[in-house]
Design a protein around this ligand. Structure first.
Ligand SMILES: [Zn+2]
Length: 872
């Protein structure tokens, strides 16, 4: 039935509901509460003010319900406002159930489809300011909430009647106040509005929008639950800001290339919504709107891109940034085009009305974004039926393809090198909405036998594209900037295959098959096993969880040892590098409890008190005193390194430039880790025009000398990726990076997975197989120049040891590489003795974004080896 007089209904509602509170308490505008309009120059609402305002509106409006849906990494409330017509809000559980059904058509009963499509609203999730320095959207959200809660204009009523809006005013609440504190002390200074010296998300800063399949951070986990366990929205809109050198506002569609695991219907829907937004912006007289540029649709891992593989239309807009909350004046002649999509700053089909320069204010960002939001919501209201039908049909198509086209499933058997890590992958797949099943009996598929306890990921499920996109290799197209020219950089990385990164054996099934397997509602790590009798415990040390046990053992004072020669137990051989614990009787239960909790398989060995069996060749392991260098340049890799160390319960001390310059390092530390930092940033840090005086500068000459002394006296310097350039240069190492100075016409590898070969008899590769997958992001490859020498001040250097090399033939496993012959067979990881100590060069990202669990061990083993130079 067509509602011909919707205003009557609303008038009645207004009289019944709004009028009485209006006499008591009306909903105040953001301006009335804050004392300034959202987006006013130099003014920003803090997180507490945003939360208070949202809850106030929630308590006064029957169109708004506000919930705290979790606590952030640093303990702040993470809030979500559900906005819809009052009668919809009264029945949210019904609407959630409908969303579950239309996103999972396999769960529909016959005849339910049209009924549910008829009842369904368009569920739209909007996330603001995940990047906390892109502050505009969090401020815009206040005004949007107020208008949707109080206005009676047709546009608002149409939205409320047809849409359920899930509004997240900040997807990184921890960062907002940090940014405001830093901004306020910068006002009037040369560095006004410049970036902070630290990360706005505790561990990953800007990479908080690179975490959407790995799900390492609390904020990602909270919203992932909303997306794939609770609300199943049809459209997601993630609001960002970009640089300010040219265009003012990016809306979809995106730039090439596209990913084969994103359905064409998603791409077309992006054009529909982006076109609607661009039209509404133009009608409102806004210029500088660009489409089909900069941001491509290849990569997944972002807030808008991972949902594509879940049949959700993910929208991104990017507004030009003022200097945080300070306005910016930009003359026309200073504006420029872009490498991708706007070669010259002139009108063209994807940039019809160039912005002509002038003042660019935070309020401009708020206004552009608000127009885009209303445009999306209006379209979502009017095309409710079409959007939901398409959403449902994408789920149906995925199930059909999973039944007809290979791969039909992925199998993850329990006999893995590192089963707890394989389980970790299963768990994050499940959190990402994937249905996981478990077999209870052995079975045969494709001619191979698999044991009971094998996890089966059937492809015939609504999120098939997600499964394939995480477990298949990526083949990024070779894209030159122009024919025969240098490589055109992708927006983010080119390859990410999760099973490769995590060192997990996930086997695709190529022929149709059936196997009895139990679908799991939740997954839990099977308890570890302890065999045999005795007071010693031996672990083959092939799981990353071994490091958690080892770190806990050290903290409890339980003696730990590493096996120096292979030892044969009745049932298996324990390789060099296996871990042996000798707990006092009071510690045995605790230690065995951790082993069970962490899913390890361990054997007890009888031993006389104070004496080890003769056949065990053991070396005592000391806990390394580790320092992690944190530059004042908000280094994301430092944050990820810190996160990974904490996840595996390593103790460490954060050190800054002043600590390294002060010296006396050897008394305090056994190892210093330099995360991926460029030589320039290490030496000089940030410029005085860009930051407060106490955060300028880098290591300087003093820091270099102190680090040289530290290693000469027995310390270990662990250099990750680009910081290897520092060590090669200042430690006279007989090592050369073969990629130094090589242009992107000759070599290019922007985030891909490469095969490396390892020597597991070397301490750095203990517990690894002879092959692994390495994450390479504009990384390094080393040629060893000679076998060892003394430098001019008499320090003995080398010879280098090479625990890992890039494969000689099959280098690329997933992603994109140009010029692979330049690195084939070259060293990927090198350790070089320097005086009493050692320098370890990690040529690739062993811990990139906390994803490559398969190579974390190289870093952990580096720390362990450094503890042996005389730690506590
Ligand atoms: Zn952003």
């Amino acid at each position: 039935m067509i509602d011909r007089f919707p205003w009557v209904k609303w008038l009645v509602l207004w009289l019944c509901v709004v009028l009485p509170p209006a006499m008591g308490q009306t909903i105040p505008s953001p301006e009335a509460v804050l004392g300034f309009q959202p987006g006013a120059d130099f003014r920003v609402a803090r997180w507490e003010q945003i939360v208070d305002y949202f809850y106030k509106v929630g308590s006064l409006s029957d169109r708004v319900r506000v919930e705290t849906i979790g606590r952030t990494t640093e303990g702040h409330p993470y809030i979500l406002a559900v906005i819809a017509a009052p009668r919809v809000l009264d029945d949210l559980e019904t609407y959630k159930a409908i969303q579950r059904k239309i996103s999972h058509p396999n769960e529909l009963e016959p005849g339910e489809k049209d009924e549910f499509l008829d009842q369904a609203k368009t569920v739209v999730l909007i996330t603001c300011s995940i990047h906390s320095n892109e502050i505009g959207a969090s401020q815009m959200a206040l005004e949007l909430l107020y208008e949707l809660a109080t206005r009676y204009e047709e546009r608002v009523l149409e939205i409320l009647d047809n849409v359920i809006l899930l509004l997240v005013p900040s997807a990184n609440p921890d960062g907002i106040d940090k940014e405001i504190d830093w901004y306020e002390q910068s006002l009037g200074k040369p560095w006004e509005g410049q970036g902070m010296p630290w990360l706005y998300q505790k561990y990953c800063g800007h990479d908080n929008n690179r975490d959407w399949f790995m799900l390492t951070q609390k904020e990602t986990q909270i919203l992932t639950r909303v997306l794939y366990q609770e609300w199943y929205p049809c459209v997601l809109y993630d609001i960002h800001q970009m640089g300010n050198q040219g265009s003012r506002f990016f809306v979809p569609p995106f730039y090439d290339p596209i990913n084969p695991n994103v359905d064409p219907l998603i791409h077309e829907s992006l054009k529909m919504i982006g076109g609607h937004m661009a039209t509404d912006l133009a009608a409102a007289g806004k210029t500088g709107v660009i489409t089909n540029a900069i941001f491509d649709n290849w990569w997944q891992g972002g807030n808008r891109t991972t949902p594509y593989r879940h049949n959700i239309i993910g929208i991104l807009t990017e507004a030009a940034s003022p200097r945080f909350a300070s306005p910016l004046f930009q003359p026309r002649e200073e504006l420029s085009g872009l490498e991708r999509g706007l070669p010259r700053y002139t009108p063209q089909v994807n940039y019809a009305a160039p912005w002509e320069g002038g003042w660019w204010r935070p309020r401009d960002v708020v206004e552009y974004e608000k127009i885009a939001v209303y445009s999306l919501l209006t379209l979502a209201a009017r095309y409710r039926d079409q959007l939901n039908r398409n959403y449902l049909s994408l789920g149906e198509k995925a199930i059909q393809l999973g039944n007809e086209d290979p791969p039909f499933a992925y199998l993850i058997p329990p006999d893995q090198q590192d089963f707890p890590t394989a389980f970790h992958m299963v768990r994050i797949l499940q959190e990402g909405g994937v249905q996981v099943s478990l077999t209870e009996k052995p079975f045969t598929v494709d001619g191979n036998e698999y044991p009971a306890g094998t996890y089966v990921i059937f492809a015939a499920q609504p999120y098939r594209n997600y499964i394939l996109d995480l477990l298949e290799p990526q083949y990024y197209p070779d894209r030159p900037l122009y024919p025969g020219g240098p490589a055109e950089p992708p927006y983010d990385v080119a390859g990410w295959t999760l099973s490769m990164q995590m060192g997990v054996n996930a086997i695709p099934v190529e022929a149709p098959f059936t196997v009895p397997a139990q679908p799991l509602d939740s997954v839990s790590l099977p308890a570890g096993r302890i065999q045999g009798e005795g007071s010693l415990l031996i672990s083959p040390n092939t799981s990353n969880n071994d490091f958690i046990v080892l770190n806990r053992a050290w903290k409890q004072g339980i003696p730990a040892f590493t096996l120096q020669a292979e030892w044969a137990a009745p049932d298996r051989k324990y390789p060099v590098g296996s871990l042996v614990y000798a707990p006092a009787p009071g510690h045995q239960d605790g230690l065995e409890g951790w082993i069970k909790e962490l899913g390890l398989a361990v054997r007890r060995i009888p031993a006389d008190p104070g004496r080890f069996p003769d056949q065990l060749r053991l070396k005592s392991l000391k806990q390394p005193r580790a320092a992690l260098y944190q530059p004042w340049t908000a280094n994301v890799d430092e944050g990820w390194t810190r996160f990974v160390l904490e996840q595996f319960e390593f103790d460490y001390t954060t050190v800054h430039n002043a600590d390294l310059r002060a010296g006396g390092l050897r008394r305090r530390f056994d190892a210093v880790i330099l995360p991926d930092v460029t030589l320039q940033a290490l030496l000089n840090g940030r410029d005085a025009a860009l930051t407060a005086p106490e955060y300028t500068g880098g290591l300087g000459e003093e820091g270099i000398t102190r680090l040289q002394e530290f290693v000469e006296q027995g310390g270990s310097l662990l250099c990750l990726d680009s910081s290897t350039a520092f060590a090669i240069r200042f430690f006279d190492l007989p090592v050369r990076n073969v990629l130094e100075g090589v242009g992107r016409d000759k070599f290019y590898c922007p985030g891909s997975i490469l095969r490396i070969n390892l020597d597991p008899t070397r301490p750095l590769a203990y517990g690894m197989r002879t092959r692994a997958a390495a994450y390479f992001v504009h990384s390094q490859a080393f040629e060893i120049a000679n076998t060892g020498s003394r430098n001019e001040v008499g320090v003995k250097i080398g010879p280098p040891a090479i625990p890992a090399t890039y494969d000689k033939t099959l280098t690329l496993l997933s992603g994109w590489i140009r010029g692979e012959e330049l690195i084939q067979g070259q060293a990927a990881v090198v350790s070089v003795t320097y005086g009493q100590g050692q320098v370890i060069l990690y040529g690739f990202r062993v811990q990139h974004r906390a994803q490559p669990h398969g190579t974390f061990r190289l870093l952990f083993n580096g720390l362990l080896s450094s503890g042996q130079n005389g730690g506590k």
